[in-house]
Design a protein around this ligand. Structure first.
Ligand code: PMP
Ligand code: GLN
Length: 378
């Protein structure tokens, strides 16, 4: 048939946001802030447009932006990356992941991916004729069983996809995880695709363990970042990818014939705004307060929190409320109670139901309060 993705429907984020609008529900489903982004940054974009930055940017990204990102990476992760050969500005974190996979995957390759998996990973693997080798994170902490990973590696394993902080669970990888991964891939041809769009969003004093801190991982890694998450502007669809020069050279061959170059005025604006370090350094504590506020509000209900150590999300068990499947429960919540959340089962290929749903807490306090008001009678 014509379909390369016969088993793929519409992404759960679109499905739930459409339902939320239809039922005039409060949307704690799709991950986006409902409060305004920085006025300073929008002002810089307008200024860049007025100053005439309105034509194609360099295909690899506006150089002052790449230089600023290299300086930031060195400061945060102690790693020197060359902005000329190792950083490419891309239209969003998703595109960075897609392009990394387009760059390295051949039909028949195997890619190890952890479930629950952010929804674009497996379809992207399959578009390139490769096969997803799925490994469950261990409920309820959603930790990786590295012994199992080791057993699932074959001579066809081309890549391992990791995501920390993790969507949908809010779990994080720690130094010991990265060291285990490093041991597994050393002296193999296996690449690492690292989704780090929530790099600045860790809680409770946890440190973000970027692949960029680990030289031996970095030499085989494509790392994907997103300005949308860093600056409360998910609609900008802008991010950047980092890889070693030889891999980035191949990545750019794909990139140049797909998007070629990204939004110029926004790149100019972000290059200047990078000087405002607080904007990203305080993101974790700012969102931790929101995580905690939602958690405190939800003590008035029978929802029970699972740990969230980072990201925009926290999982809650509804086992004390209902024994419906996650999909049924989420449908009922949006239709009858006016609150949209995401069933975690949507991030599994198989029928996995732990009775947990994902709440996005990146919302105004009044939004969180209004949502919990609607859940109190459950
Ligand atoms: N990866 C993860 C884990 C995400 O949560 C998101 C944001 N939805 C992305 C990638 C994509 O980011 P972007 O919107 O920049 O494409
Ligand atoms: N990453 C966001 C989430 O997990 C949504 C992005 C999207 O809608 N594709 O909710």
């Amino acid at each position: 048939g014509v379909s390369k993705l016969p088993n793929v429907g519409t992404t759960i984020f679109t499905v739930m946001s459409v339902l939320a609008n239809e039922h005039k529900a409060i949307n704690l489903g799709q991950g986006f802030p409902d409060f305004p982004m920085s006025e300073e940054l929008t002002g810089l974009v307008c200024a860049a447009m007025r100053d005439g930055y309105n034509q194609y940017a360099h295909m690899n990204g506006y150089m002052p932006l790449r230089e600023g990102l290299a300086a930031k990476i060195e400061e945060l992760y102690g790693t020197i990356v060359n902005p000329d050969t190792q950083i490419t500005v891309v239209p969003g974190g998703t595109y960075g992941l897609f392009t990394a996979m387009a760059t390295i995957l051949h039909p028949g390759d195997e890619v190890i991916v952890f479930e629950p998996a952010y929804d674009c990973y497996i379809p992207t693997i399959e578009i390139f004729g490769a096969k997803a080798v799925r490994i469950n994170l261990q409920f309820p902490h959603y930790s990786v069983n590295w012994e199992e990973v080791s057993q699932r590696i074959t001579e066809r394993t081309r890549a391992i996809i990791i995501n920390t902080p993790h969507n949908p669970t809010g779990s994080i990888l720690r130094a010991a995880d990265l060291q285990q991964l490093q041991t597994l891939v050393q002296d193999t041809g296996i690449y690492v695709i690292s989704d780090e769009v929530y790099e600045h969003i860790t809680f409770d004093g946890e440190r973000h363990e970027s692949v960029l801190r680990y030289p031996e991982l970095m030499e085989r890694a494509f790392v994907s970042f997103s300005f949308g998450k860093n600056y409360h502007c998910t609609g900008w669809k802008l991010g950047y990818s980092v890889a070693p020069p030889a891999l980035m050279k191949e990545f750019r061959k794909v990139h140049q014939f797909n998007c070629f170059s990204c939004d110029t005025p926004k790149q100019v604006a972000i290059a200047q705004y990078l000087n405002n370090k607080d904007a990203y350094l305080q993101l974790g504590s700012f969102l931790q307060a929101k995580r905690d506020y939602l958690q405190q509000l939800l003590t008035q209900t029978r929802f029970e929190p699972l740990p969230s150590k980072g990201s925009f999300f926290q999982l809650y068990s509804y086992k004390n409320i209902s024994d419906e499947t996650e999909a049924q429960f989420a449908q009922r919540l949006v239709k009858e109670h006016g609150v949209a959340v995401i069933p975690v089962s949507a991030f599994y290929q198989d029928d996995v139901n732990n009775g947990v749903v994902r709440f996005c807490f990146v919302k105004k306090e009044e939004t969180l309060e209004a949502a919990v008001q609607k859940l109190i009678h459950l």
